[in-house]
Design a protein around this ligand. Structure first.
Ligand code: BES
Ligand code: ZN
Length: 592
């Protein structure tokens, strides 16, 4: 017996569920889900069965047709939650658990009508990655186990439910509620279970792609993401036929803590992507690429998270390159380099979190989260590609996908496969230094372009008084401006801020990457005119990527530290639990 995943009670001597049947009753008044899950095993599973739960109130455990069976809920662990141990009698092929979720279930955010765009109905959404599915459903909450699922979700009449699955009909219950049915025939890891309920409308973007959002934003969303079919076609060129039938997207309310989440058949997206100029669609390319790297071939545990994210960032930039050319891709790599350097600096005192092959026993995977698995991982993939050549690597990728479809693998399995197919390549790129050593290897690939060199050189002259010319300013794309801002010194003066805003109209930007980069500079410079806009962003948006630098910049300066605290106090009731945790830890860093 072994525990293949340090974040789960699943042990390898026990049977793996193959399928889940879910019934979820969504109660907005109580902010709870009343659930029943049947775990199907497809064979006799007599003996002990351990499930992951966190904060769940277990009502009963039954073998359908047989009746209640003995169960025991273990002491809660702060990270893993409580083990639910079932004693399963002989002849059992499936077990049913009925339960209630906690009002503070980490997977779920319950929004009042006021926190939505339309302000007329409440909203619920889930976010199960990394290990929060267990706060929504008792299950084997590890990607080592993959399950197909079907679900029946009952919600107040007038609201719509969507899941990471295909729709399978809906009907009124007759008592003011409505039931939506779903089916996900392909086996997925538990972190890809997903549910959202709200006042939703949709628009078709192609025969296989559709976007969902609140009625107030659905047309803007349809315009912003109109190019998704092109992206699907490009991604298929890299990886082979799209394996999940439909690619639909849901634009969430602004408290959604991530940029995007690759829930199969229903990518979840932050509304901050609706910049009005399609400048942030790289996030869609990224979530789409996860359809293969992550959802089809999955990391076996969070210790191998780079297999999901590193490959996906690499693929995202490949797609970007085929759509928009080499310069656009080079800018993408440059932005990635910046977030990699920020993360390496943040984890300076925790070098064990800067390796790709992580060791996370006793560590909350949300605390280990950073750009490192993304950007260091993508650089290892790019190094392998450069080593063997684009064509050979392309064939390798197809083989890799074919050999591991619908499975969850470790770094070690990945390396063994590379060694078999591309002998010597791992050693030639010094793969071990990426996988096991902190920081970024000196040999890591560089991504340069003439345009990037110009931006870098120009930004380096800032302190000496160098400024872009009027024609440069007019000619820059959003991403060029972003890279330029990222390359400016972190500490500029208030006069510098005035100049930047006057020349780039930064305060009114709808592109949140630029807006937040600017506001972070302004906060560090204690530039008062930016404070109302900073408050506005922090009170509305819950995306952690933006909260971290903004609160960090405010809290780093003694003069604005109290402001950071006050803003957090005002904003935190509207934040997702994950965002709240991140901001609290940022502020804590500066309290000491
Ligand atoms: N799967 C991640 C989001 C995630 C990671 C959720 C870890 C929970 C735990 C998603 O694919 C992602 O990487 N999103 C990025 C997009 C970006 C890299 C283009 C984000 O949210 O910023
Ligand atoms: Zn990702």
């Amino acid at each position: 017996m072994s525990f293949p995943d340090p974040h789960s009670y699943y042990n390898s001597a026990q049977p793996k569920a193959r399928r889940l049947r879910l019934k979820l009753g969504v109660d907005f008044d109580a902010k709870r889900i009343a659930g029943e899950v049947v775990l199907e095993f497809g064979r006799d599973i007599a003996g002990l069965l351990d499930l992951d739960t966190k904060g769940l109130e277990i009502k009963s455990v039954q073998v359908p047709g047989l009746g209640p069976i003995p169960w025991e809920l273990g002491e809660p662990d702060a990270i893993k939650g409580s083990r639910l141990r079932l004693d399963v009698p002989a002849g059992t092929h499936e077990v049913a658990v009925t339960y209630l979720t906690a009002t503070d279930a980490m997977a779920l955010q319950w929004l009042d009508a006021a926190q939505t765009e339309g302000k007329v109905a409440p909203y619920l959404f889930s976010q199960c990655q990394q290990i929060h599915a267990r706060t929504m459903v008792p299950c084997q909450d590890t990607p080592v186990v993959r399950v197909a699922y079907q679900a029946e979700v009952t919600v107040p009449e007038g609201l719509t439910a969507v899941m990471s699955a295909g729709p399978a009909g809906d009907e009124a219950t007759g008592d003011g509620r409505h039931t939506f049915r779903f089916t996900m025939p392909q086996p997925i890891p538990s972190y890809l279970l997903a549910l959202a309920v709200g006042r939703l409308a949709c628009r078709d973007l192609s025969p296989r792609a559709r976007v969902w959002a609140e009625p107030e934003t659905v047309d803007a969303a349809a315009w912003e993401f109109a190019g998704v079919e092109d992206m699907i076609v490009k991604a298929e060129g890299l990886f082979g036929t799209y394996p999940w039938d439909r690619y639909d997207m849901l634009v969430l309310p602004p408290s959604f803590p991530y940029g995007g989440m690759e829930n199969p058949r229903m990518t979840f997206l932050t509304p901050t992507l609706l910049a009005g100029d399609r400048s942030l669609v790289d996030v869609v390319a990224h979530e789409l690429a996860h359809s293969w790297t992550g959802n089809l071939v999955t990391n076996a545990s969070m210790e191998h998270f780079w297999l999901n994210e590193g490959f996906t960032v690499w693929a995202e930039r490949k797609i970007l390159r085929t759509l928009h050319g080499d310069d656009a891709a080079a800018l993408g790599w440059a932005m990635g380099q910046k977030s990699l350097e920020d993360s390496l600096a943040r984890f300076q005192a925790e070098p064990h979190l800067t390796v790709l092959r992580m060791h996370l026993e006793g560590i909350d995977p949300d605390d280990a989260f950073s750009s490192i698995p993304y950007e260091k991982g993508a650089r290892l993939v790019a190094a392998l590609e450069r080593e063997v050549g684009e064509e050979r690597f392309h064939r390798f990728l197809r083989d890799y996908m074919d050999a591991h479809r619908f499975t969850s693998i470790t770094t070690e399995q990945f390396c063994a496969f590379v060694e078999a197919k591309l002998p010597g390549a791992l050693e030639a790129v010094h793969a071990r230094t990426y996988l096991d050593e902190p920081g970024l290897p000196a040999s890591a690939p560089q991504f340069r372009s003439a345009q990037l060199d110009t931006l870098t050189a120009l930004a380096e002259t800032w302190v000496a008084g160098g400024r872009p010319t009027e024609s440069q300013i007019q000619g820059w794309s959003t991403n060029e401006l972003l890279v330029y801002l990222q390359k400016l010194p972190r500490q500029v003066t208030q006069a510098d801020c005035l100049w930047l805003d006057a020349h780039f109209q930064l305060m009114g930007r709808g592109n949140h990457e630029i807006l937040v980069e600017w506001l972070t500079l302004a906060a560090a410079a204690d530039y008062e005119p930016a404070f109302p806009r900073i408050s506005e962003v922090l009170l509305r948006v819950g995306r952690m990527k933006y909260l971290r630098p903004l609160y960090g910049a405010l809290a780093a300066t003694p003069r604005t530290r109290a402001l950071a605290r006050d803003l957090f106090a005002a904003a935190s009731p509207g934040y997702h639990g994950l965002s709240r945790r991140v901001v609290a830890s940022v502020l804590e860093t500066y309290e000491k």
